[in-house]
Design a binder for this molecule. Structure first.
Ligand code: CU
Length: 346
């Protein structure tokens, strides 16, 4: 459903173009009434609708602010009380005035509602043929999983999508609330633990578009940045084929290294000896680890496996139990690949 199609239904086809013609050029790109420096690039198929609603509401606000404050200033001056016995306004009540100041703003509200509703519906309802990608928020990384293509990516790789193709994202989180925001596409959605939310977009042209986590509360949401990388559909198909060939020929260590970033391990564990949210895994394999309960344990395959699947079974001394359990999220072969990779961190 588009603004134009609704206007068509109510017999007003072409009316918004006539009324707001100057707000919109043929591609819906430029809105001269909002200077370019106000807004990030308008790069999705509905972003101009959002900007249009913003521009219409903003400029009506400016006009009415000036009219009302102007009239107030003028009346304060022109009708100021000059003598003590001067009468104040004889108007005690006026039905026509009250109707006017209710009905006129009421009509504006209906226009705002109409624009907001139509845009909201366009943003909310993905086209049926959309490509599907799963997005998982995790302290402090985004995971992107392509169920149809069998590809897993993370923040560092970016969210690779074809341009001029509707893409539907299903969002969730494994730990806390996150919020997935693509300013250039004018779309944002919370990623909520134990729940699925969704958003969709269609990139109008190839390019790179910033992704933010706009969740406010928590250490490092502001560092959960990534990029949408939109490619021509043909280039995207090629990229998918390359990606599949590349992952088919990975050694277990390379596979483990890839999982290390795509599963967000790198966000909490360094490989250079410095402690982050979790201990560094440099030189850990084969060493003795002291635990919070005073005992110690040998870091071997079994301990690493348990640490990944049930991190709170043994807590490392000096750290809090902040690691999310990966049970149900990693296959056995993936865990083995991670162990093979961790062994190489000398
Ligand atoms: Cu976040």
């Amino acid at each position: 459903m588009t603004f134009a199609s609704i206007m068509h239904l109510v017999g007003l086809a072409g009316a918004p173009q006539r009324a707001f013609g100057s707000l919109l050029n043929a591609t819906g790109d430029a809105i001269p009434l909002t200077p370019r420096w106000w807004m990030p690039e308008s790069a999705s198929t509905f972003s101009h609708e959002v900007d249009r609603a913003f521009a219409v509401i903003y400029w009506l606000d400016v006009i009415f602010f000036l009219l009302i404050i102007g009239a107030m200033a003028f009346f304060t001056f022109a009708y100021r009380r000059k003598r003590a016995d001067q009468r104040t306004s004889p108007v005690k009540g006026s039905h026509s005035l009250e109707i006017a100041w209710s009905v006129i703003p009421g009509l504006f509200l209906l226009v705002f509602f109409g624009m907001g509703f139509v845009t909201y519906m366009d943003m909310q309802v993905p086209p049926a043929d959309s490509m599907h990608i799963r997005v998982t928020g995790q302290k402090w990384n985004w995971g992107f999983e392509y169920p149809e293509q069998g590809i897993k990516l993370s923040s560092a790789d970016g969210l690779v999508v074809p341009s001029n193709t509707p893409v539907r994202l299903t969002l969730t989180s494994v730990d806390v609330l996150h919020s997935f925001f693509i300013p250039d596409f004018r779309t944002k959605k919370d990623a909520v633990p134990s729940r699925y939310t969704s958003l969709w977009f269609e990139a109008k042209r190839p390019g790179e578009y910033q992704i933010y986590c706009t969740e406010y509360c928590g250490d490092d949401h502001s560092r959960m940045t990534s990029k949408v990388i939109a490619m021509e559909p043909a280039a995207f198909r090629e990229w998918v084929a390359d990606k599949k060939n590349a992952s088919a020929s990975l050694t277990p260590v390379e596979r483990g290294q890839q999982l290390w970033t795509t599963q967000g391990c790198a966000g909490c564990h360094s490989i250079d000896g410095s402690a982050l949210i979790g201990p560094s895994l440099k030189g850990k394999y084969g060493a003795q680890e002291s635990l919070a309960d005073g005992s110690s344990v040998l870091v071997d395959d079994d301990y690493i496996r348990e640490s990944i699947l049930a991190p709170n079974a043994k807590i490392v001394a000096g750290f809090a139990g902040q690691m999310p359990p990966y049970v149900g999220r990693l296959q056995d072969d993936e865990i083995s690949a991670l162990i093979d990779y961790i062994k190489t961190l000398k």
